[in-house]
Design a protein around this ligand. Sequence first.
Ligand code: ZN
Length: 397
Amino acid sequence: MQNPKPGVPTREQIRRAPKVLLHDHLDGGLRPGTVVDLARETGYDALPETDPDKLGTWFREAADSGSLERYLETFAHTCAVMQTRDALFRVAAECAEDLAADGVVYAEVRYAPEQHLEGGLTLEEVVEAVNAGFREGERRAREGGTFRAGGSGGNRIRVGALLTAMRHAARSQEIAQLANAYRDSGVVGFDIAGAEAGYPPTRHLDAFEYLKRENNHFTIHAGEAFGLPSIWQALQWCGADRLGHGVRIIDDIEAGPGGQVSLGRLASYVRDKRVPLEMCPTSNLQTGAASSYADHPIGLLRRLYFRVTVNTDNRLMSGTSLSLEFEHLVEAFGYTLDDMQWFTVNAMKSAFIPFDERLAMINEVIKPGYAELKAEWLFDQTTAERPLASGSAVGEG
Ligand SMILES: [Zn+2]
């Protein structure tokens, strides 16, 4: 008997498959209706649209425009309405609920506390409001319906926070200390984000060295717009555990016309050391880091067994979800449930929670979920491959 290979998943199966998300921005994932509500409640009158549908479209178009100014304007609006405890709590709770409804079982969601101080909150109050919101969203998801493969007791999700410091600002040391202070209460790591050009991660060496001394974890946005030097610095100077995007590692890989591939020193290092790459395909298309899903470096990097993970980046600005990202990849590369499981296990292995908890998620949530979906596929396949003739032969035998 041939070894059956599970086929291409349907849209519904992609949604029901347990998924893991490591790169998602809290201020990039609000529901458009929530932006409108919060603007009204807080007296913010600078939104370009007040109809939720039109506003959602505006966000996607601004992010698609290729103009950095318009792209940054989108975050000015979302951050503007996230300046109170209640607003942060609501946005975080809805984030956890939305991810759970999309079949995400584990997520690390990041935000920059320093961008939420305009209403008078302290950094600690920001972190506590977001943490409380995540716990509320997890609770609502748990009490909601069950649709996920292998799921029981609602759509369970676990959400950890990553605290981001902005590259252009000078608060990274303070934010790193904040991440460390809350490491046993909901914060799983640290990140650095913002425009790469002119602001190399080495500007924030103190923060990274501090976190290393504290045995804490961090990821760095690198190799998105900027090339190999930013990846090299993030890894070899700063000591990042993971790379946010990292797509430009492709510049250190030469693919010949005959399909032969050779890796440069840095690409080899990234693959050999199993450095997790937090890839965000749709976001990369919007920023021009890739020209189409089919041309996205994730295809080659997956074939070469880099530690690739699939992520959303900014769900509102990209009009996306983790399921939708997988749909695009399935369409572009013909990925199967086995591929999806591979990406998902990669992501879970690369999470910042303790090893035993990652292993339990893989063995007790992810693998059973995919096994159930593959079993469905096998039964469907059996039915499809037995047309009437064989069925009636058995019946009349
Ligand atoms: Zn990002």
